[in-house]
Design a protein around this ligand. Structure first.
Ligand code: KG4
Ligand code: ZN
Length: 334
């Protein structure tokens, strides 16, 4: 009998559903909420309302696209946390009701672990144990992945996530939310060596990104005093320089983690893994250090249900099921 998993993701501002059949991801339907652009960040209440509107259509579209009926499903995997409570509740309550009605198991998925397990959607897959630099809007971690169910965090940020540093920096430059992709775009034609920004010096494998964001704030304030058009005239170079230092901080820690663990299977995951320069730098470092590197397709970097569906498939093999009495966990630990 086939194992057919419906994956549901609703932790932030993407409502997404995906079908995975015997480990093969069939589709990845995503409804992105553009309403948050006007507000400079995700507004939790608006996110929940949009999920509520989208969820039924998104799930129906995933089922239809894979030619699967509700009655064919083996289990439903759903993001339990971390994320926004109201947003999680929409996907989670929907998943529980459906699991109850169909009398099939529910599978609880940790969003950050799902970003890592996105590497099992396509081949070649990383060989255990591998290191994964997980970089998103809410988290920045280096994880040692021993198996699909055994992951150990080796280092993480002590303040802002790198995605937050991209987004807050982008906001200072006048971009709308999320600004990370805009910095990426403008940086392509800029000079990364033109402006220095101070990189944090944090011990071990931990990160800190709040200092560099403040250094951009003061830098812009000083230059705008003398020239109100400073940003407009230097946008590409500012983006390239700021981005260069953010990525350099990530890469230094990744090299250190690889040295410490002697692991040469290196992956990146999460929204910021869509960044072109980060992807290029990882390829270059891989050549230098003879790493085998793994970079997900763009659609599997930012939030998506395909990563939740593949996680569900892997957990299904282990019979790791949740209970209908479980609840979403906005601060779910790793
Ligand atoms: O994983 P994700 O979609 O959502 C969370 O789990 O947080 O990550 C979103 C983050 C945002 O901060 C966004 O600006 C950033 O990923 N991001 C990028 C790029 N694409 C998305 N940052 C830099 N360059 C990109 N191309
Ligand atoms: Zn995410």
């Amino acid at each position: 009998m086939k194992t057919i998993i419906l994956g549901i993701e609703s932790s932030c501002d993407e409502t997404s559903a995906s079908i995975c059949i015997d480990g093969k991801v069939m589709n990845n339907i995503i409804a992105t909420q553009s309403i948050h652009k006007e507000y400079g960040g995700v507004v939790p209440e608006l996110a929940s309302r949009a999920h509520q509107k989208n969820i039924v259509l998104v799930v129906e579209s995933a089922l239809k696209g894979a030619q699967v009926k509700f009655s064919d499903l083996s289990a439903i995997s759903v993001t339990q946390g971390p994320g926004l409570l109201g947003a999680l509740m929409v996907g989670y309550s929907y998943a529980k009701s459906l699991a109850f009605a169909l009398n099939i198991p529910i599978i609880n998925v940790n969003h950050m672990k799902a970003h890592i397990l996105a590497h099992f959607i396509e081949t070649p897959v990383p060989i255990f144990p591998f290191l994964c630099l997980t970089v998103s809007g809410g988290h920045t971690q280096i994880v040692k992945v021993n198996s699909a169910i055994d992951m150990v965090v080796l280092g993480s940020t002590i303040d802002d996530a790198v995605g937050e540093a991209f987004d807050k920096g982008a906001k200072l430059l006048g971009f709308s939310y999320p600004g990370g992709p805009q910095i990426d775009k403008y940086a392509v034609s800029g000079n990364p060596d033109r402006f220095p920004f101070s990189e944090s010096q944090i011990k071990d494998l931990n990160f800190s990104f709040s200092g560099i964001k403040t250094s951009l704030l003061y830098f812009l304030r000083d230059h705008l005093k003398n020239n109100p058009d400073f940003i407009k005239e230097n946008l590409e170079d500012i983006c390239a320089s700021y981005q260069k230092h953010l990525i350099s901080m990530l890469m230094k820690k990744l090299v250190l983690a690889a040295e410490k663990t002697r692991i040469r299977q290196i992956a990146i995951a999460g929204g910021v893994a869509a960044n072109k320069e980060l992807r290029t730098q990882l390829k270059q470092l891989s050549q230098k250090h003879q790493w085998m590197s793994y970079i997900p397709e763009f659609e599997y970097c930012t939030d998506n249900a395909a990563m939740v569906a593949i996680s569900g498939h892997l957990y299904f093999q282990n019979k790791s099921f949740g209970q209908l009495t479980d609840a979403p966990q906005p601060r779910m630990s790793f």
